[in-house]
Design a protein around this ligand. Sequence first.
Ligand code: MG
Length: 293
Amino acid sequence: MYDRRKFAKVFASLPVTAGLVSLAQRAAGQQVPPANPAKPPAGKGQMDGSPLGDPLPGQRWRVHDRNRPQPRKVTPGLPMAIELPPSDAIVLFDGKNLSQWNGGGRGGVVTEPRWKVENGYVEMVPGTGGLVTKEKFGDIQLHVEWITPTGADPSRVGQQRGNSGIVLMERYEIQVLSSFDNPTYPDGAAGSIYGMYPPMVNPCRPEGEWNSYDIIFESPRFDGEKVVKPACVTLIFNGVLVHHRVELLGSTAVEPIAKYQPHPPEEPFSLQAHAGPVRYRNIWVRRLLGYDA
Ligand code: MG
C-alpha cells in the first residue's frame, strides 16, 4: 500500500510535474497559490493578529483559538443575485456618493468620508478612518456586497489581507476578509462574528469576485447596566446560512473576551478601516418593526 496523499505531494514537488499540475489547475479554473509567496513581515503571518483570549462559554475553544478547525468550504451557487433594495429600504450606498455616511476617525472623531467612490463601488483608503452611517439603527435587515480585489501584495496574509468589517452599532463586528484561500484563526475569518463564532461554513468567493452579506441583527436591550436581551445575529453569506440567530457575548472590541457595555437602543454602524484592500457596493437596510407595524 502506498500513501496516496504522500505520493501526490512528492509527484507535485518535482519541478516539471509541478508546472504541469499548475497548468492543469489553471485550465480547470482552480485557484493556484503563488509559486514563491513573499514572506510576511514578522508578527503578520497567517495566524497572527489579535491575541489568544479567554475560553468561550459553551464552546470548546478560546477566543481567537489557532487550533480551532477551519470552517468547511462551500462553493456558493451562481449567479450571485444582485438584490436591489425593496421599496421600504433605506439605501445607504447605490454606487454614486457617500451622502449617507460620515468618516470615522480614531477616538470617535467625525470627519468627511474619505473613501474613494468609482465605478459603482466605494474603496477603502488606508489611513482615512472608516465609514459610519449618519443614521442610527436598532433591529435591522442589512444587505451589503463586498470584494477583496486581486493584485494585493502577496506578503499580506491572514488578518492583513482584505480586512474590513461591518461593525453593527459600532460594537459588534461581522468580519470582512479575503477568506477563499487565506486561512487565519477561524473566529477571524470572513463571516465570523469576530472573536466569538466562525462562520458555520466558508462560502467566500475568490479575490476579484463579489460577495454578499444579508444580516438580520437584533440589538441588545439593557435595563441600566443589566443585559435584558443579548444581541442576536443571523447571517446569510453568498446565499449560504452561516449564523442562525446566534446570541452575542458582547462588544467584539473587548479583550480577552467580548463583553457588553450598555448603550442607546439605536446606534450607527460602520465599515471598518483595517488592512484592506476592500470595496463595497449595494448597501441597503430595512428597519425591523415587527408585526402589525
Ligand atoms: Mg475586521
